[in-house]
Design a protein around this ligand. Structure first.
Ligand SMILES: Cc1cc2nc3c(=O)[nH]c(=O)nc-3n(C[C@H](O)[C@H](O)[C@H](O)COP(=O)(O)OP(=O)(O)OC[C@H]3O[C@@H](n4cnc5c(N)ncnc54)[C@H](O)[C@@H]3O)c2cc1C
Length: 331
């Protein structure tokens, strides 16, 4: 079985963590491995995985492939995939790769499955695992179509780092697109509060916006405490449905959007640790914590949902006071 690991390089010329994990997934299949890389430059990235066991390294490089653009990325992937003639093509589920995966599969006449969480060889067949219906059902998928192009989710495979010196065969890819990348506009680093790579998730619940024991709401203080803890720990920010609904209506905390909502109708992030603050811990929220390994919560109510076996540790305390003290200690 021929397996192609296919990934783009980062702006720095290196391979990102998601790509190194996708290489781990490709290697885990145990077939004849080929590496394909595309980007402004590919040699440094190839060198960082030179000793991964691949028999062949292909690359498509140049200014045309420096930034994400459907026309050029798809052309690069197509050229590499055709040269490699693989049975299985494994890509990382980054935004850049996900954008072209289905189109590249169409060009190759391949089957495509995205955001896999497992990939293994079982009984001589490649078997993929992925979730359906917002992590309610796990499915195992086999395909007879060749090639089979898959993207794999982050946090599911061991990343491969195998430095050395790789000999890369550069291929040419014909770019026929009218799209010009004129620049990138992105939010300021401190405005980006959803950080999938962070070790810890901080959840802010509706309690932050409720009247406190003095009978008053303290929204400004809540904002600065939450953002202060985020800055001090560089953790990722999540929220409950109640709080994002209020924030969306122009009240509560303006930096929260529905993208922050964790739960049944929100996201299911993957972080090693989670700390819920001013959040009741109701089931529709806590199902979003499925992949959070170590769970703690701060709540004034000793019989809140977190106390019902949903957290490892519940601090029955005022989150305003706790977060204030924690930020002070971290400083
Ligand atoms: C079909 C369906 C889907 C849903 N999907 C989701 C979902 O995806 N995500 C989600 O979050 N919810 C979801 N919900 C809603 C969910 O059931 C809860 O209503 C919601 O999670 C409650 O949010 P909360 O815990 O922040 O607010 P509340 O229930 O109002 O809890 C606030 C908590 O803050 C505590 N508190 C107040 N002040 C302090 C303080 N100073 N210090 C410490 N603690 C304090 C209070 O004791 C209280 O426990 C869904 C509901 C339904 C019916």
């Amino acid at each position: 079985m021929n397996v192609l690991f296919l990934a783009h390089t980062e702006d720095s010329g290196s391979l990102g963590k998601a790509a190194c994990e996708a290489l781990g997934a490709a290697k885990g299949l145990g077939g004849d491995l080929t590496v394909g890389l595309y980007g402004a430059e590919v040699q440094a990235a190839a060198d960082s995985i030179a000793a991964c066991g691949a028999a062949k390294f292909y690359g498509v490089a140049g200014a045309d492939f420096a930034t994400a653009r459907y026309g050029s990325d798809a052309a690069a992937c197509e050229a590499i995939a055709k040269a490699a003639n693989a049975d299985v093509i494994v890509m990382p589920a980054t935004a850049r790769a996900s954008r072209v995966a289905a189109g590249v599969a169409q060009r190759l006449g391949a089957a495509v499955d995205t955001r896999l969480t497992g990939l293994e060889l079982a009984g001589g067949k490649v078997v993929a695992t992925r979730w359906f219906y917002r992590q309610r059902m796990v499915g195992r998928v086999e395909r007879d179509t060749k090639p089979w192009l898959v993207t794999v989710d982050t946090g599911c495979f061991e990343p491969v780092c195998a430095p050395g010196t790789a000999s890369v065969e550069l291929l040419s890819a014909t770019v026929s697109t009218r799209t010009q990348v004129t620049g990138i506009k992105s939010p300021a680093a401190d405005a980006q509060t959803i950080r999938p790579e962070a070790k810890m998730l901080l959840v802010a619940g509706a309690g932050w916006g409720k009247s406190q024991p003095d009978g008053m709401k303290h929204l400004d203080e809540a904002s600065s405490l939450i953002l202060g803890l985020l800055n001090a720990t560089q953790c990722s920010l999540g929220s409950s449905k109640s709080l994002v609904d209020q924030s969306g209506d122009g009240g509560a905390l303006p930096f929260l959007t529905h993208m922050h909502q964790v739960g049944q109708t929100g996201s299911t992030p993957r972080h090693q640790k989670g700390l819920a603050t001013c959040c009741h811990g109701e089931e529709p929220h806590v199902v979003g914590w499925r992949f959070i390994t170590e769970r703690r919560a701060v709540n004034l109510d000793a019989s809140c949902g977190w106390a019902q076996g949903k957290a490892d540790v519940l601090y029955v305390a005022d989150a305003f006071a706790v977060v204030h003290k924690v930020v002070e200690l971290l400083k």
